[in-house]
Design a protein. Structure first.
Length: 309
């Protein structure tokens, strides 16, 4: 009697049919039947009452199988504990991350991980462009938006509110917009991808939706540069609350027109395959979740972002 034999017995009890159990375990019915017979021979008792068309648990089976299931669960947990203990958190973290999120938050967080896990090293690609896992030397990418390729494997880190941001100096000079229609008199700061600026801004208040075609004198494919322009008071920008978190918490910029919120984004850690999820990837995933949620909670408690977002 083996560990696998007991697994077969439990499947037979679940399906009340040897052929169905064999199909679910990807084995021949004869192999499954032989496993059941080995277990019964080892126990000296029949676990199933068989007829030509059906199968049910015997009195011995009703007594034995629940305890067998508990025992297998404990064995599996012990095996997982041993496996996790032997999986060292080491190796190179090869990560692609967007510019301001990477420079201002993620890389400093990973720097702290390297202190506690000396077996880790970091190779980081700072770019706002989409990553190509087959072309670029990266094993994972941290990106806003869920992966649009079904072949990729990803972990959702958190929902990320997006805000309309401006420096107090800019608002003192140009006035504080109270409604999306007021943005016509303001200077937009735009992120652009492939030379196309994102100058059509969307806002929502309850069931109302607004779209505003903005004008502005600055655009860049570097999100961190857009953040710097905003902090310097050159205009108004729609940004992730994570990207602007240090500036929001310090008061260098403010959340403008908070009743009219831009669409919420999602932050994802994306890997090329499920097999590429290593202990270091799981450590980074868990660290990102904890840090991002804590930062968003801090901004919520200070009233910078709404708890309803």
């Amino acid at each position: 009697m083996t560990f696998d034999d007991l697994t077969v017995v439990l499947k037979v009890a679940e399906f009340r049919n040897i052929s169905a159990a064999a199909t679910s375990l990807d084995m021949r019915p004869a192999t499954a039947s032989a496993a059941v017979k080995r277990v019964e021979k080892s126990l000296g008792a029949e676990l199933f009452v068989r007829s030509t068309r059906q199968l049910r648990l015997s009195a011995a089976g009703e007594k034995y199988l629940p305890q067998c299931q508990q025992a297998l669960a404990l064995l599996d947990e012990a095996r997982q504990n041993i496996r996790s203990g032997t999986e060292a958190v080491e190796g190179e973290i090869r990560l692609s991350v967007s510019s301001d999120l990477g420079r201002n938050l993620v890389v400093p967080w990973i720097d702290e991980l390297l202190v506690f896990h000396p077996g880790l090293s970091l190779r980081v690609q700072i770019t706002d462009s989409n990553v190509d896992f087959f072309r670029d030397s990266v094993d994972m990418a941290l990106r806003y938006g869920s992966p649009d390729d079904s072949n990729l494997y990803g972990f959702k880190i958190c929902d990320v509110p997006r805000l309309l941001c401006a420096a107090p100096s800019y608002l003192n000079e140009r006035g504080v917009p109270m409604h999306p229609r007021d943005l016509a008199g303001h200077n937009g700061l735009f992120y652009q991808l492939q030379d196309i600026p994102y100058d059509l801004w969307a806002f929502k208040k309850g069931d109302e939706e607004f779209r505003v075609k903005m004008r502005g004198n600055r655009a860049s494919n570097d999100g961190d540069l857009v953040r710097r322009w905003c902090v310097a008071g050159h205009g108004i920008a729609v940004k992730s609350c994570l990207d602007m978190s240090h500036d929001l918490l310090s008061g260098r910029v403010t959340n403008v027109m908070p009743s009219y919120a831009p669409p919420v984004s999602e932050l994802w850690l994306i890997c090329p395959t499920r097999q590429s999820v290593t202990p270091s990837v799981r450590l980074l995933r868990d660290t990102l979740k904890q840090r991002c949620h804590a930062l968003i909670e801090r901004m919520t408690q200070k009233g910078i972002i709404s708890s309803d977002v």
